[in-house]
Design a protein around this ligand. Structure first.
Ligand SMILES: [Zn+2]
Ligand SMILES: [Zn+2]
Ligand SMILES: [Zn+2]
Ligand SMILES: [Zn+2]
Ligand SMILES: [Zn+2]
Ligand SMILES: [Zn+2]
Ligand SMILES: [Zn+2]
Length: 372
């Protein structure tokens, strides 16, 4: 037998004895000579004897079909690559956050939203927001595609939180940020934030924009009004190459389909046109020359793209910091341009506090004994 066939057979054998899905570590060896996956182990009565280390050692050497194979993904991947691939897989399934009875790929979800949820797509200008309203899910169009918006005014906890999630791969979310502008008559308050990847539609209050409702009312000079206006601006980060802008180069690293900046793995057509990894599986022929697509990677371009620097999201406010995405997040959390001075600085000259709006009221209360 040819060795490839042996490997394929091995992959076939490595299934959970209960649900028949391909096994992934940890694999549980159980009584009656049964091997179970993690979820079947927790839900079944069968007694576990041990983790099947030997089977796991074999598994680490094999390439298994992607979890989304039944939806059309043709990739075979090592266990070590599975999490990354599946988070970026174009066949990954998303539930619709608005009706939750619908499921499909990110691309199809975007179409579904535009066809079925038109009434909850926000305007690109100002929208009304009631400070008495509870949790709300809606969508906003930005750079040609819908994003999920979720916010809540909780009068009990006195907190307003807001999140914006990208419908698609994590990598794309990283390269976008947004500005939320809250307004009432002549007063306004804005905050910038990184767009969140849609791991799911849940809200992690730790990464949301959080504003103390009392502080917000003071900022917007509200008396008894409870309706304000809000607007969202979504920005793609503009990359720089090693710190200096080169317009031609920026154009070369743009995917000809989605026009976003490419990242590894970048595959090409037989004539050498490069396509981003997200668009590639959706194409039968090259969108530029209509010739066949190949699986050959463009390592030179991948290397250039991996050295792309992105500007801090406060660049418009004067910040000149630029770096690789992983370092930018750390910087933005403490960027000087994103922080506010203590509101009592005019009266208490020696207060050097700078921080986020949401943390302001606890600062003034703890340090100055004054509550908004
Ligand atoms: Zn199972
Ligand atoms: Zn896949
Ligand atoms: Zn829906
Ligand atoms: Zn693309
Ligand atoms: Zn081509
Ligand atoms: Zn900055
Ligand atoms: Zn202070």
């Amino acid at each position: 037998m040819n060795s490839n066939l042996i490997l394929q057979e091995l992959v076939e054998i490595m299934r959970c004895d209960n649900c028949k899905a391909h096994l992934r570590p940890p694999i549980y060896y159980c009584e009656r000579n049964i091997n179970l996956c993690e979820s079947c182990k927790s839900s079944s009565e069968i007694k576990v004897i041990s983790v099947n280390q030997k089977l796991e050692n074999i598994g680490h050497l094999l390439k298994f079909p992607c979890y989304y194979a039944k939806f059309g993904c043709k990739n075979s991947i090592l266990w070590s690559e599975a999490t990354l691939h599946e988070s970026e897989c174009p066949f990954r399934q998303f539930e619709c956050p608005a009706c939750s009875s619908w499921k499909g790929t990110a691309e199809n979800l975007k179409v579904h939203i535009q066809n079925n949820h038109k009434t909850i797509i926000l305007s690109s200008g100002y929208n009304r927001l009631s400070l008495l309203q509870n949790e709300r899910i809606c969508f906003i169009m930005g750079v040609g595609e819908p994003y999920m918006v979720r916010y809540n005014c909780n009068t009990d906890s006195g907190l307003f939180w807001f999140v914006l999630k990208y419908i698609g791969p994590l990598e794309n979310a990283k390269r976008r940020h947004y500005k939320l502008i809250l307004m009432h008559e002549d007063s306004s308050y804005n905050e910038r934030k990184q767009v969140e990847p849609a791991v799911d539609w849940k809200v992690d209050e730790g990464t949301a924009i959080k504003i103390d409702l009392c502080v917000l009312k003071t900022k917007l000079q509200l008396k008894n009004e409870n309706v304000i206006e809000f607007k969202i601006e979504i920005h793609c980060r503009t990359p720089l190459y090693n710190g200096s802008v080169d317009e031609d180069l920026l154009h070369d690293v743009e995917c000809p389909v989605c026009q976003d900046y490419m990242y590894a793995p970048i595959k090409q057509c037989i004539a050498g046109h490069s396509i981003c990894n997200y668009c590639r599986p959706k194409l039968k022929v090259c969108p530029v020359c209509k010739q066949e697509m190949s699986d050959v990677r463009n390592f030179a371009l991948e290397s250039i793209c991996s050295k792309m620097y992105y500007r801090c999201m406060y660049a418009d406010d004067g910040c000149t910091f630029a770096s690789l995405p992983k370092d930018i997040f750390k910087h933005e959390d403490t960027c000087e341009y994103g922080l506010l001075d203590c509101p009592l600085k005019a009266f208490i000259a020696n207060c050097t506090w700078r921080g986020k709006l949401g943390e302001m009221s606890s600062h003034t209360l703890e340090e100055h004994g004054w509550k908004f």
